[in-house]
Write a protein of this length. Sequence first.
Lengths: 279, 323
Amino acid sequence: MLSSEKIKEVKEFAIKIRIETIKAIGNLGFGHIGGAMSIADTIAVLYDAVMKYDPKNPNWEDRDYLICSKGHAGPSIYSALALKGFFPIEELMTLNKPGTHLPSHCDRNLTTGIDMTTGSLGQGSSLAVGVALGNRCCGRKNTTYLILGDGEMQEGQVWEAVLYAAQQKLSNLIVFVDYNKKQLDGYTADINDLGDLKSKFEAFNWFAQEVDGHNVSEIYEAVENAKKQNEKPSAIILHTVKGKGCSFAENELYNHHMTVSRQQMEEALNVLLNELGRR
Amino acid sequence: MSAVLANMRVKEDKEMRNVYCETLMELSEENNKIVVLDADLMNSMGMTKYANKYPERTFNVGIQEANMVGIAAGLSATGLVPFAHSFGPFATRRCFDQLFLSCGYAKLNVRIVGSDPGVTAAYNGGTHMPFEDMGILRNIPNITILEPVDSVMLKDIIKQTSNMYGLFYIRLLRKNAVKIYEDSSTFEIGKGITLKDGRDVTIIATGIMVDDALKASDELEKTGISARVVNIFTLKPIDKELIIKCAKETGAIVTAENHSVINGLYSAVSEVIAESTLVPVEKVGVMDEFGEVGPLDYLKQRFKLTPESIVEKVKKVLKRKNS
Ligand SMILES: Cc1ncc(C[n+]2csc(CCOP(=O)(O)OP(=O)(O)O)c2C)c(N)n1
Ligand SMILES: [Mg+2]
């Protein structure tokens, strides 16, 4: 269990991730705001309380790996990486600019601390199975984390990976599904419904849990439970809100990719800075 | 076919996606066999209006391109006329086997629309930037590969393909094109268009490079070089006759494409030249590289897809021609 101080710290870290991400996207004037916000609390838990890593030695072999298969959420991971010292925080302002190391979708060759290249939805799932298998083959005692979008789970490749991970009893693989109930064109339920993901994972012989994806202690507890598994890969279904915590995005139906005005950005930042101040 | 170069080559008011949507709406009024598929990029493609008017023939399958293409093939087997869209890389690379076997080999009747070609994928970056889409599809026997350059051509092509049978790939700029053709223009699939005459060299261009080719030709004219400009908008089947004619009459060719030079326009033109009239061919296109993120202007410079690089290649090819 996380101490109450630690919970406070992780929550603050999540706010900081949102602040930096909104700044980077706002500075450019547009970007994938919705999915970056919905996953921010999980990124905060991972980088502040769960994952083993060393910013000074980002390729440390025994580190935990994170594959963000919904590669368009890169900006919130970039914020976490910068805040944790993988690269200077000013670099966040180069997001998507010519010659940047921070492209709209995660790129292992460009960004220090990014473990995998993603952007074609679905592909990160197999990559994560490969990484988890490889780490096990190498006898490493680390964990591979995978983040999937809910819309992304419509890709057949995801289910191929899910099937094989169970076959391999990949208990060193923990998958987060950002179940924000929305994809680009609207609600997943109206387009191609994912339905009850927990029972789907269970049917594929996974250990599955459902949590409030904006509650950092619930997320942390779920990871702890998952780590106790030694026969099954784990899925943590995060019930989230697309655009969460970003004033101009949270209540918009179409908040996948948005243009952001200076004023919108400042309002959103004020809300978050106030929240930080109140802590 | 009577295609006439526009008097004023200006950015069009309407985006290509809106023209695509409106054309399909018009056609669907008379042709109740038309069906539209997408893989969660319906909003991006500006197709909401269509989906609202024709919900019973709109299938947004979600994020699953391979499934979409297979479903399109199946729909066509029942006599329907599918148009299936995704971003270029996902509409091609991601589902090549379905395109090859379920559509091509099975001889079914499917139109695939791949949007955001080459550098126009801009801020979506390298993962979304198809320099290879036409290249991989060119390997499918009997496929027709089209790259409409402006809304006049797009409209005509959508109309024509809706009445044709086979596998079609339509490489579609989603935003505003530069107007190249007068409104009255019509086009013949498989036939290139000579946009500007010239004696010394032929610039063969496709897609967004057509405007740049015309600019380059104007630039060259100032230095006394007479460069013909041809728009090949059907990469396959390619207009052999016209290419050979240009080779014979001008003795040198430069190709210009917003695509990899491997297996794109340069390759297709070179194949024709290799078996007919040997003349020097130079190329402007992406030189076996991956894409990257950034604004369109930057990317055009970065990958040397500019009028200046066409001018440079023309000078190079003329040296070869005259040596
Ligand atoms: C294979 C593939 N198809 C389509 C896209 C375009 N695209 C990018 S994000 C997105 C929607 C993603 O929805 P979801 O997975 O639910 O992510 P989130 O809601 O967390 O943003 C789409 C269709 C893509 N990147 N890759
Ligand atoms: Mg989603």
